[in-house]
Design a protein around this ligand. Structure first.
Ligand SMILES: [Zn+2]
Length: 189
């Protein structure tokens, strides 16, 4: 929509006001900075004089402070070395566990949990997984885990295979976190 002449005049007037205010503020800031800059050398000199002025102090305080600082630095260094060296080696070995009477295996980190599959704890055969429409008489689905080598069903678990895998995955993540916490607590070594 084209602007009316009066609107343009108003716009110009408010622009002028904004410009004037901005100029005043900028001038004030510059003046303040100039004053700070002029004060700076003497302020700096005074601080330097203060912190370098000699004072008498018992030797044991100096030794105590030196000891404390060395100890802290050393402890920080040790922690850093330990954290660098302990690339989660234990986690890499943690690729199988038993949940709900079934042996579960998965791919190692760092790519997260992948290739999660169930195996027979007795004969190590990968289990045949079948969907149950009505789990234990309910209207909810379940999942059956069957070993064809042992010719027996090992478990019936609630939820479809995705639900079961999600549950197992959460347990695995919990255990990994637990291990990490044990490792990261320095006094537990
Ligand atoms: Zn078996």
């Amino acid at each position: 929509m084209p602007k009316l002449d009066s609107q343009i005049k108003k716009d110009t007037a408010s622009n002028v006001v904004v410009n004037v205010v901005a100029t005043v503020i900028a001038t004030g800031i510059l003046a303040g900075l100039g004053w700070l800059a002029s004060q700076f050398p003497s302020v700096f000199t005074n601080i330097w004089r203060y912190i370098t002025a000699p004072m008498s102090i018992s030797r044991w305080i100096v030794w105590l402070a030196a000891g404390y600082i060395s100890f802290s630095l050393l402890r920080g260094l040790l922690r850093w070395v330990r954290s660098v060296l302990s690339v989660p080696a234990e986690d890499w070995n943690y690729v199988e566990d038993t949940f709900d009477g079934l042996l579960w295996r998965w791919g190692p980190p760092p790519h997260g949990l992948h290739h999660l599959a169930s195996f027979c704890p007795t004969c190590n055969t990968r289990l045949v997984v079948e969907r149950i429409l009505y789990f234990k008489g309910t209207l909810n689905p379940g999942t059956s885990f069957f070993c064809e080598t042992c010719n027996r069903e090992l478990a019936q678990l609630p939820g479809n295979l995705g639900d079961v895998k999600d549950r197992v995955g959460r347990q695995i993540e919990r255990k990994v976190r637990e291990q990490q916490q044990i490792r990261e607590t320095p006094d537990n070594q």
